[in-house]
Design a protein around this ligand. Structure first.
Ligand code: SF4
Length: 323
């Protein structure tokens, strides 16, 4: 591994011989032990599905799952956490601490009183040590941010904004229902509120060149976003994207191209940015492609091999820029 700069030296992940700042490492340091996310479905919908912004949802999103049928039978948040922990324990025997992850749909899209009720129910579980809340950047009015600040003041909280890309043309293609300025606004209003800001990013969107994707990386770096989740564009059944792939209108990234692009992306991020995810997948019976996504260990190994081959690391090409 080549010599790190002085800024890189202060990060223990680099000193430990790692190539990027992985989330598990951060959580282990923060809590003193391993912590896993347990997914929670609070039965929210999305303004991009219910007609407030649009109907149909994002091109890649299986929003059938937001239909009323999803709400039956209704399982209490606490019961979902218990069940999720039972399942996680089969894989991670020694893990006893969890983040409740409000994952499906838009998890700040409800009146504040309802949000407070569901978040508190999760925090009331004795194994839950914090929350992660996935949402759209156009769904965090100030009263919601006030609630998130209040929660962030007493527990670990990560708010995950769906950025996907900074390019409005791509956001239009995916029927996102908002533009990049919504993300900038959400981040500006979320800063210094005592919770972590995470951005979801997608690589391999139709029409995006390598330089377009690096433009998104530079913006994530410039804005000083605390954490990123990165994955390639992939298709699941019964989505508009699956139809476009079947018709040959959209092609999905091959693994080697994706791996090279992720390494380029991470090189541009500050070494302090948490990398929560570097690939995505979905249940096999639900998945359309690309098939390589389903082998996550192989993706991780390929990523590590590419880092090593290039003798590079997160932050190698990062240049601090004033916001
Ligand atoms: S904003 Fe999220 S939940 Fe809503 S349609 Fe898009 S991907 Fe699905």
């Amino acid at each position: 591994m080549g010599a790190p700069t002085s800024a890189e030296r202060q990060f223990d992940w680099f000193a430990a011989g790692l190539r990027y700042y992985g989330y598990n490492r951060f959580l282990r340091h923060k809590f003193g032990h391993r912590v896993q996310k347990v997914s929670v479905d609070a039965k929210f919908t999305c303004p991009n599905v219910d007609g407030t912004v649009a109907t149909g949802g994002c091109t890649f999103c299986d929003n059938r799952s937001f239909s009323p049928s999803r709400r039956l039978p209704r399982q209490a948040i606490r019961d979902q956490i218990d069940e999720g922990i039972r399942q996680l324990k089969r894989r991670y025997h020694k893990v006893d601490h969890f983040l409740a992850y409000f994952q499906p749909a838009t998890n700040t899209y409800a009146p504040v009183d309802r949000l407070r009720t569901v978040y508190e129910e999760a925090l009331g579980h004795d194994r839950v040590v914090g929350l992660a809340i996935g949402t759209r950047p156009d769904c965090v009015p100030d009263d919601v941010l006030d609630l998130l600040s209040e929660i962030g003041a007493r527990t670990y909280l990560s708010v995950e904004y769906g950025l996907q890309t900074i390019h409005n043309r791509s956001l239009d293609w995916m029927n996102r229902g908002h533009h990049y300025d919504a993300f900038l606004d959400a981040v500006a209003r979320s800063r210094n509120r005592g919770f972590e800001i995470c951005a979801h990013v997608m690589l391999g969107l139709p029409g995006e060149t390598h330089e377009c994707m690096m433009g998104t990386a530079r913006e994530v770096a410039r804005l000083g976003i605390d954490a990123v989740k990165i994955h390639n564009l992939y298709a699941v059944k019964d989505t508009s994207l699956a139809e476009q792939v079947a018709r040959g209108e959209v092609s999905l990234m091959e693994r080697d191209e994706y791996i090279a692009t992720v390494v380029d992306f991470l090189e541009l991020l500050p070494p302090t940015t948490l990398v929560e995810r570097i690939s995505g997948d979905a249940p096999a019976d639900y998945f359309v492609g690309p098939s390589w996504c389903l082998d996550k260990p192989a993706v991780r190994l390929a990523l590590e091999a590419e880092f090593a081959r290039r003798d590079t690391w997160q932050g190698k090409c990062w240049t601090p820029v004033p916001v």
